[in-house]
Ligand binder design. Structure first.
Ligand code: HEC
Length: 237
């Protein structure tokens, strides 16, 4: 059995302090350890790269001082070379899930994302506002929903064979105009009818877009859909 293997075996028996003495044999090993630590901690080099570089350094550590020096130099050069790339990666970090996109590529949400994230909650809130006769807020939320549909038409002009802006114009746009009139007139019955028409128009587009399984309804509750928001009318200030 080699000295190294024997030392490893002994180290396994006698715990942590022995692991230190058996794994870190001399100043060269120590230098490799320090270099690996710096790569990981200071330069955020990926752990897999550190393992490969460390293994290479460990493999050649007995070949003599000059080789060792060259290797350590190579390690330092490697990490210097990766630094600009890493800085670039860090600049792209904000925004969750961005690491899935190519570095620097803008995030393009699809129609399904835009519907779930923006259209659906605004449709719900608009219904809750109307049910609470909160006309000021209903006017605000209707405006938001209109803007959202404008954005949707620009961001996703086509879905399969369906041209989105004309589909919006022929389905949800007319009931949104009727809602506008009802809100301005503070007309509860008019709002209820126009909101039902809007909801039917959502589904009409889903059907013509081959997504009949997506069924929208008038919110079946009042106020609890967004438990942290008060939908009751506020006194004018
Ligand atoms: C111009 C056509 C069109 C209009 C108008 C439309 N939708 Fe959609 N919607 C779609 C299509 C197409 C999808 C499927 C997108 C995909 O997943 O690729 C979709 C998906 C959805 C989804 C995602 C389903 C899920 O459970 O993840 C929701 C929610 C939704 N729509 C709500 C609404 C609501 C609410 C309205 C009305 C205020 C509405 N949509 C109006 C075309 C439309």
């Amino acid at each position: 059995m080699s000295d190294v293997a024997a030392a490893r075996r002994d180290a396994g028996r006698s715990g942590r302090a022995a692991v230190w003495t058996s794994a870190i044999f001399g100043t060269r090993d120590f230098a490799i350890g320090v270099a690996a630590f710096l790569l990981l901690a200071l330069w955020s080099v990926p752990p897999w790269l550190v393992v490969i570089l460390g293994a290479a350094a460990y493999r050649f550590r007995d070949l003599g001082g000059s080789v060792m020096t060259r290797l350590l130099l190579a390690l330092a050069l490697c990490c210097a070379a990766t630094m600009p790339v890493l800085a670039q990666q860090k600049a792209n970090m904000p925004g969750m899930g961005m690491n899935k996109a190519a570095p620097g590529a803008p995030y393009h949400p699809g129609l399904g994302e835009l519907m779930t994230a923006f259209v659906q909650p605004r449709h719900t809130k608009l219904g809750l506002a109307g049910a609470a006769q909160n006309w000021a807020y209903a006017a605000y939320e209707l405006n938001e929903l209109r803007e959202t549909f404008e954005d949707v038409g620009k961001l996703v002009p086509k879905h399969g064979n369906l041209d989105i802006p004309p589909a919006i114009a022929s389905t949800v746009a007319p009931p949104m105009s009727a809602l506008d009139a009802a809100i301005k007139a503070k007309d509860q019955a008019g709002f209820t009818k126009a909101y039902a028409d809007l909801t039917a128009a959502c589904n009409a587009c889903h059907q013509s877009a081959d997504h009949a399984m997506i069924v929208i309804q008038v919110p079946a509750f009042t106020g609890t859909g967004f438990p942290d928001q008060d939908f009751s009318p506020q006194p004018a200030k």
